[in-house]
Design a protein around this ligand. Structure first.
Ligand code: DOR
Ligand code: ZN
Length: 344
């Protein structure tokens, strides 16, 4: 008999949907499996104001496949000019569920991010008052810091000081990639959560660089050495409520990935749940998959869990190597092994 696993419908607590033709092409892949997702605001130009977030939300809702009840959970992109009252109103109206901090220059479309943290102090204080989470891309951008150390250095130089100077601020350490981040998260109270991507549970830096460069495995934060991947895997499968899924599924066309200076991002929306089932099965943790994908995130965000269910079955997963978009093909994340679980 085929082994099956039924879990509450999962949510994706970190997702890039883009806009326009790309939005229309990628949204159905997330909406097929996930009930809700925290939507990243790093469009060009970024989603900075409540009015922009409302308009982007309407475009996402309009792009849903017929019959889909997928719910986009909107975020605002924090800049040094962000108005605390605009943030508070967007939160009070239910429009936004978080504010996103990109250190200026850290990653794709982060040029409008924060360079001087003193300039966002009033916004952070307001967020602490109203309990609105700050989603953090945790990498320093200093050119003299090695790219493999940028997350660990960010924790010491930026994250910990921000949390100490803004008591009560609720923070999500996003797409953590190091044992340092796992250890830091574990040492904090429940005002801190951490998301982990599917691809960082599967690849280490050798997958990117050994035996030829693999642009489709390049993302930010960049995958680290194997000891870090194992620490992430232990955290994700541990059942600890502070760790939950944020896929960081980040579509770029192949033309933009396969360049002398290619874009960062792995597109995992189509096969994320199947790969996760396999990862948790391999680690004898299938009973804890539901917590990671469907329970811990809502608890952190103080939202109800979803009503529906998703059933996974242990049968080989088929997914296209690429999806077609009007902008060109987008390669689907290849975990490097045959995926033995699939969404029923
Ligand atoms: O790999 C990434 N891609 N990391 C990010 O932080 C941004 C994202 C994107 O927007 O493409
Ligand atoms: Zn991201």
């Amino acid at each position: 008999m085929t082994q099956t696993l039924t879990i509450r419908r999962p949510d994706d607590w970190h997702l890039h949907l883009r806009d326009g033709a790309m939005l229309n092409a990628v949204l159905p892949h997330s909406a097929a499996h996930f009930a809700r997702a925290i939507i990243m605001p790093n469009l060009v130009p970024p989603v900075v104001t409540a009015a922009q977030a409302g308009a982007y939300r309407d475009r996402i809702l309009a792009a849903r496949p017929a019959g889909s009840d997928f719910e986009p959970l909107m975020t605002l992109y924090l800049t040094e000019d962000t108005d605390p009252d605009d943030v508070a109103q967007a939160h009070a109206s239910g429009l936004i569920k978080a504010v996103k901090l990109y250190p200026a220059g850290a990653t794709t479309n982060s040029a409008s991010g924060v360079a001087n943290f003193d300039k966002v102090r009033a916004v952070l204080d307001k967020m602490a008052d109203i309990g609105l989470p700050l989603c953090v891309h945790g990498e320093v951008t200093d050119s003299d810091v090695d790219i493999f150390d940028r997350e660990a250095v960010f924790i010491d130089r930026v994250l910990d000081p921000i949390r100490k100077s803004t008591p009560g601020l609720r923070v999500v350490m996003e797409h953590i990639t190091t044992k340092d981040a796992v250890d830091y998260a574990r040492a904090q109270d429940d005002s801190l959560g951490a998301t982990i991507t599917t691809h960082h549970l599967v690849i280490n830096r050798n997958h990117i660089l050994a035996g030829g460069i693999k642009p489709h495995y390049y993302c930010l934060p960049v995958a680290k050495r194997e000891t870090h991947r194992l620490a992430l895997r232990a955290a994700a499968t541990s059942g600890e409520a502070r760790f939950f899924l944020g896929t960081d599924s980040a579509p770029h066309t192949d033309a933009n990935k396969l360049l002398p200076c290619g874009c960062a991002g792995c597109f995992t929306a189509p096969n994320t749940m199947a790969i996760l089932a396999q990862v948790f099965d391999e680690d004898s943790a299938l009973a804890r998959l539901e917590g990671f994908t469907s329970l811990h995130g809502p608890a952190f965000y103080r939202l109800p869990v979803n009503n529906g269910t998703l059933t996974l079955q242990k049968t080989p997963c088929t997914y296209p190597p690429q999806i077609d978009t009007p902008d060109g093909p987008v390669t689907v994340f290849d975990p490097g092994f045959a995926v033995q679980w699939s969404v029923a």
